[in-house]
Design a protein around this ligand. Structure first.
Ligand SMILES: C[S@@+](CC[C@H](N)C(=O)[O-])C[C@H]1O[C@@H](n2cnc3c(N)ncnc32)[C@H](O)[C@@H]1O
Length: 449
């Protein structure tokens, strides 16, 4: 068999391993085993591209919580109906107004000392996150999960850069919620010309800038590297266009990776982030990203006996089961024991409606699982998966150790081991990691106007 990435106690440096995301993810274990040579994916559970790209209205039929109290898809439409001035007409509808106000979005009473807002808490959380060295990261329980998420981002970014490059060479990108610069290498590899990095967490932005400078300095003198600017701002509350060095800045791509869900606390915040993502996109430009799939979250919550669910890798805790307001539907996300960060449910059909205000049309919506199943058929993507060590070798060899000690985590891989068609070793994600990553979906909108 062809070369298998080196796995083990000291997992080797991965291409872009230093760009692992801060946040990562479940799945039907029936697809999570790959033969590292053939990368064979079992047939069951495949979802057609047509369905993956289903329209929001069709989409909502699949979502159990749509059928609950009212038709949320319709509500979303109502919520986004704009007045002639372009203002949202929700306040004219008391029912919607009620839904809009949630405990989280109500102003504090005068007598109550001001609490840290959720956005402040998010910024503080990310600012506190230390940059972990490769050595330490390679020992992480979610090493493969992070690499897998990173692979997803790489393929997504590469795909849309290719689309843009078909019509122009000088590509400008907005990395909205750039964090510590986890995607810088992807932008370099994508040979873009200009990058604007922005995040609410000041320390993250500084680290992102430093990483960029280091990348520049490391490069050879004739290496062409994109120019960049860095902006610390709360994109749910501040208008980014006022902060660009060039007032006329336009982007070919806005990339928003694992970020947009922080904005769904209120309509105003979600709208502002959307505005920041889309208003400066060129005609034919793309707003691409990754965010938790509200359908998956609610499905898992409803299946749970309590108001939370998860496993040893991640937990999600909602405030209440059965009530899912369109905005401010808060849940705490905990990954690998790292402090809870408040996130908000993004009802996707609503986002699709809201985006129309900015001339954006949904062109792409796939769960990570669907995306993976589709992209793995491509040899280049398959190679990248290996290079990035996005899957764990199963069974482990004598020099290595599996990331999970739980047998159950490799139940499916174990089953596949005896399949004659599968060449050993297999590539897999432990069930717990797969359960965490399969919460997410990928989206892409295209600017029409
Ligand atoms: C999970 S991290 C993802 C970082 C990066 N996009 C990546 O994929 O590696 C989420 C990022 O969103 C940022 N963020 C959260 N709320 C934000 C807001 N209101 N405005 C700007 N950035 C925000 C956080 O500070 C954090 O860096």
């Amino acid at each position: 068999m062809s070369e298998v990435p080196e796995f083990g106690k000291k997992r080797k440096r991965v291409e872009e391993a230093d760009s692992a995301t801060d946040k990562d993810e479940k799945a039907n274990s029936s697809i999570n085993v790959l033969d590292t040579t053939n990368v064979a994916v079992s047939e069951d559970g495949k979802i057609s591209a047509e369905e993956a790209n289903r329209a929001p209205s069709q989409d909502s039929k699949k979502e159990p919580f749509v059928t609950a109290e009212d038709d949320r898809s319709k509500l979303g439409k109502e919520y986004c109906d704009t007045t002639e001035k372009g203002e949202v007409g929700a306040s004219e509808n008391p029912r919607l107004e009620n839904r809009k106000r949630t405990r989280d979005s109500e102003p504090d009473s005068e007598h109550v000392p001001a609490k840290k807002t959720h956005t402040e808490a998010v910024a503080a959380h990310y600012n506190k996150l230390e940059e972990v060295g490769l050595e330490q990261r390679s020992m992480s329980r979610i090493f493969y999960l992070r690499n897998f998420n990173n692979w997803i981002k790489s393929v997504l970014i590469g795909e849309f850069l290719d689309k843009v490059r078909q019509r122009k060479q000088n590509i400008t990108v907005l990395d909205l919620g750039c964090g510590k610069g986890g995607d810088l290498l992807k932008w370099r590899k994508g040979r873009i010309s200009k990058l604007v990095c922005t995040d609410i967490a000041e320390i993250s932005v500084q680290q992102c800038k430093q990483r960029y400078m280091d990348m520049r300095n490391r490069g050879r003198s004739n290496d062409r590297i994109f120019s960049a600017e860095f902006i610390t701002a709360d994109s749910t509350k501040e208008l980014l266009s006022k902060k660009y060095s060039d007032r006329n800045m336009c982007f070919d791509i806005c990339s928003c990776q694992f970020v947009y869900h922080y904005s769904f606390e209120t309509y105003e915040q979600a709208d502002m982030m959307l505005k920041n993502a889309c208003e400066r996109l060129c005609h034919g430009g793309y707003f691409i990203g990754t965010t938790p799939d509200s359908y998956e979250l609610v499905k898992r919550l409803e299946a749970s006996q309590t108001d939370s669910f998860g496993n040893e890798v991640y937990t999600v805790k909602f405030q209440k089961k059965g009530e899912y307001p369109l905005f401010g539907c808060k849940y705490d996300f905990n990954l690998e024991g790292v402090v809870n960060v408040p996130e908000f449910l993004v009802y996707f059909p609503l986002l699709v409606e809201m985006a129309r205000k900015y001339g954006m049309k949904l062109v792409y919506r796939k769960t990570f699982r669907e995306f993976y199943e589709e992209k793995i058929k491509n040899e280049e993507h398959k190679m990248l998966l290996k290079q990035m060590q996005a899957l764990e070798q199963y069974p482990a060899d004598e020099h290595s150790k599996l990331v999970s000690n739980t047998k159950d985590d490799y139940e499916y891989a174990e089953g596949c081991k005896n399949d004659e068609k599968m060449k050993l070793p297999l590539g897999t994600l432990s069930k717990s990691e797969w359960e965490a990553t399969s919460i997410y979906l990928i989206f892409a909108f295209e600017k029409q106007l």
